[in-house]
Design a binder for this molecule. Structure first.
Ligand code: ZN
Length: 534
């Protein structure tokens, strides 16, 4: 749909990311029927663009992130095409957020410790995305065209949920794990960290005398998730064995193999927990994925780095080079919420080619130890806080990615960890998110990005377009908004359900096969006409 762009690669990257988020099915517009959209980032000057012109001023007033960026739509002179002119320059800030370079920006909205419910990094970039979508919808309608978008999630579900677990330890009787509990006892005694001495000592005694079976925590996790029919993603670590931040188990350990087999029968996903010592090494990442795939008997296509170690641009590039489908490292240990300020999956920017990577980032939203260790919340505060983040994600229709470590389940001292997870899932289930594994979410997002819509004809009698899918996609939902508020729609070439919500015509495709071609015809309501754009 974007035929032209003036401005630096950073501007194109931001536009591409936001347009993919909005879900405009890559309108491959025909020059002779519909004029394309021209996006400009630079000094505001008359643009010799055709069709819709979107201007974002560079070097002018910088968007602060407080309110949505303001825009003005003009058709001047009236016979010409619409010009959308934003009042503020949002490109540098959005680029900074999405590359982690502007971490001070979304981070500055975090009011840690002040107001529990608001103490998270908000999805500030969603405001830009909404403003851009509003502006484009108005401009499309001004041209007499229907505004057609793809729902972010299957079946038009309100938001997506990724449940995940970093498997740092599995053995109760393990030297580093016991040392870590002893260290916890020391910091508790010194008053530097909250803790329950009796519980910690009991844990050490248990590890030595009667260690907890490996499967126990995983069975508990799966019982909590399975009550909702949900599946989750487990990140497995393979790293230097006898080292402070290294691995605590081996992938060929019979206990690990039994665990992997259990998760497989549960329909869960095993992914790579990127090694601390092999940080940013594509070769090591690839080896880890190969070893896990062999142990698991299935592909290992996702990654999240241990300790959330990440830097730009090396981490994402190493992961792309290693062939991963997605990463889920981008979050802070000590601050919950949207590190990127963006509540959707996105493709990282590659600064060597000035393009988007194929790799998808599924940003981490909330982690157990952030709530209980860094913020020192109790059960009630943690629940209030997690609920606020979930509501914020749902409001934007985004992706909520939770990380709860397996070793905090079935632990009296960490009762709040398990209980928060259990109750949060009950609360989430009541609003029917799409819960899927990281691999399924990434696959869906890629298939959605491969849906194209080509305009075949547009004139006073209506609009005709052809919908096609590069990859097969299920439960695709399209939303059609007519220029004059109402109209009728005809569809050929696929089985679909159509319903009129009053505000839009919603079409559900249970399945769209690869290379299928669907013809859509939108006609104006009786009495109204689509304005021809010639
Ligand atoms: Zn870890």
């Amino acid at each position: 749909m974007i035929s032209e762009l003036t401005g630096p690669p950073e501007a194109r990257y931001v536009f591409d990311t936001l347009l993919e988020g909005i879900g405009i099915p890559s309108l491959a517009q025909r020059e002779d029927t519909i004029r394309p959209v021209t996006l400009c980032h630079g000094p505001l000057a008359p643009v010799a663009g055709k069709g819709i012109v979107v201007q974002v001023p560079a070097g002018g007033k910088t968007w602060t992130g407080g309110e949505a960026p303001r825009y003005h739509l003009s058709v001047d002179p009236p016979s010409e095409s619409p010009i959308i002119r934003f009042a503020e320059d949002f490109i540098p800030k959005a680029f900074g957020c999405l590359t982690g370079r502007g971490q001070g920006d979304p981070f500055s909205y975090w009011q840690g410790g002040q107001d529990e419910e608001q103490a998270f990094i908000p999805p500030v970039l969603a405001k830009i995305q909404r403003a851009l979508a509003d502006a484009l919808r108005t401009a499309f309608h001004r041209l007499g065209l229907p505004w057609i978008t793809i729902s972010p999630w299957p079946e038009g579900r309100p938001f997506a949920l990724l449940l995940s677990h970093d498997v740092d330890h599995i053995h109760d009787r393990e030297m580093f794990r016991v040392l870590s509990t002893l260290n916890h006892i020391r910091t508790t005694l010194q008053g530097r960290a909250p803790g329950d001495l009796k519980q910690s000592l009991r844990r050490v005694a248990r590890a030595i005398l009667s260690p907890k079976p490996v499967m126990q925590d995983f069975a508990t996790i799966r019982a909590i998730e399975g009550a909702h029919g949900w599946r989750s993603t487990f990140f497995f670590l393979e790293d230097r064995y006898w080292a402070r931040y290294g691995g605590r188990y081996r992938l060929d350990d019979p206990a690990v193999l039994r665990l992997l087999a259990f998760l497989r029968t549960e329909g869960c996903e095993a992914a790579v927990h990127g090694a601390y010592y092999a940080f940013n090494q594509a070769k090591a990442y690839r080896t880890a994925a190969g070893n896990l795939a062999a142990a698991w008997g299935g592909p290992a296509t996702g990654i999240r780095n241990h300790w959330l170690r990440w830097n730009y641009p090396h981490t994402w590039r190493a992961q792309e080079d290693a062939g991963f489908l997605y990463d889920s490292t981008f979050g802070y240990q000590n601050a919950p919420g949207f590190r990127s300020g963006y509540p959707f999956p996105f493709r990282p920017f590659d600064d060597s080619s000035s393009r988007r990577l194929r790799l998808l980032e599924l940003p981490l939203t909330l982690m157990d130890i952030t709530l209980f260790h860094y913020l020192r919340y109790d059960l009630a505060a943690a629940l209030a806080h997690a609920g606020a983040i979930a509501r914020s994600t749902a409001e934007e229709g985004g992706l909520l990615c939770l990380l709860w470590h397996n070793n905090y389940f079935n632990e009296p001292e960490y009762h709040a960890y398990e209980e928060t997870y259990r109750r949060l899932l009950v609360e989430l289930d009541s609003v029917r998110p799409w819960c899927a594994t990281g691999r399924e979410i990434a696959a869906w997002w890629n298939a959605r990005a491969g849906v194209h819509l080509e305009t075949l004809q547009a004139d006073g009698s209506g609009w005709t377009g052809r919908l096609s899918a590069q990859d097969p996609i299920t439960d695709l939902q399209l939303r059609v908004e007519f220029p004059d508020g109402s109209g009728s729609l005809n569809l050929e070439g696929a089985h679909a359900h159509m319903r009129d919500t009053g505000a839009a015509m919603v079409i559900d495709f249970p399945r769209l096969a690869q290379d299928s071609k669907v013809v859509l015809r939108a006609s104006p309501a009786r009495g109204g006409i689509f304005k021809a754009d010639h």
